[in-house]
Design a protein around this ligand. Sequence first.
Ligand SMILES: Cc1ncc(COP(=O)(O)O)c(C=O)c1O
Length: 353
Amino acid sequence: MSKDIFNFSAGPAVIPDSVIDKINLGLDDFDRGMSITEVSHRSNAFKEFAQSSESSLRNLLNINEEYSVLFLQGGASSQFLMTAYNFLKNEAAFLDTGTWSKKAIKEAKLFGNVDILASSENDNYNHIPNFEIAKNYDYFHCTSNNTIFGTQINSFANTDTPMFCDMSSDIFSRVLDFSKFDLIYAGAQKNLGPAGATLVVIKNDLLDNIKDNVPSMMNYKVHADKSSMFNTPPVFSVYVSLLNMRWLKKMGGVSEIEKNNRKKAQLLYSEIDLNPLFNGHSKIKDRSIMNATFNLSDDNFKETFESMLSDANITALAGHRSVGGYRASMYNAMSLDSVKILVEVMSELESKI
Ligand SMILES: Cc1ncc(COP(=O)(O)O)c(C=O)c1O
């Protein structure tokens, strides 16, 4: 892979070069000459790796033994239905902050009543709406970072209702108090590793509160009791996720990476705010430090801008069709220097016009 490409993809996304080097070693020889793609998930070598993944994760996120850590398959999209399948008995509350929340709501409706506490849909999801959890629900579901719209929840509700959160696009990016959450989930392919593994962290208390007759593959307790080995886990993705977690630890852990993430975001948002050729999509107070969404103020500059991006080897900057324009995804492995290159191109466009 050319190291000169600046990959702003929303996911699957950039992985640190040093991790890619280690993946290559594991592809060649993970255990006694066998590639990671050849070893059994029941081999001692892989089991040790999987255990190590769990303890690294607990360590990095500061998650205690009151929670089970699961590596499942099916992506975050399977969690939309699995959460409801296991826990929606009467009514669940949802915060609608974008496409992914909406998909979670759609799946939950198959299993019970859904109360949408607030939605920013009428403003094309450019902010996180205010809401109140005024009564008891089976659980409250929110999306911490809205990958498509570029908004992020900065302060989470204090509630006695069990809080479930889709953290697919900002897990490991900032320090959070995980004791507030009862269940979190995230697809691996942004801040963790390649697509394939889905991380679930679930409070053990909840495992005794699962509905009857939930099929085994959909049942959190079945997976927890078997330490995520009820069926074949996504071996390669778990392997790379651990390598990534080791990289993150070496970088100083989540608190250090958060500082870097904030620097990157600040750099890009200042350009968006100062450069008259660009408009940000998200309201300033709810801007995501992972995915910055912005548009050109005049589409006549589109061709010039995109050819400059291409000359600078900047790729995957196109916005999702529901927002248009551009989206710069700046996950943990994206360097500050890469964001500087993008900002330079944006400011060069201004000086050209
Ligand atoms: C916040 C969020 N939730 C859910 C998903 C869906 O994830 P998956 O493709 O792993 O099912 C995505 C994908 O980008 C996402 O960004």
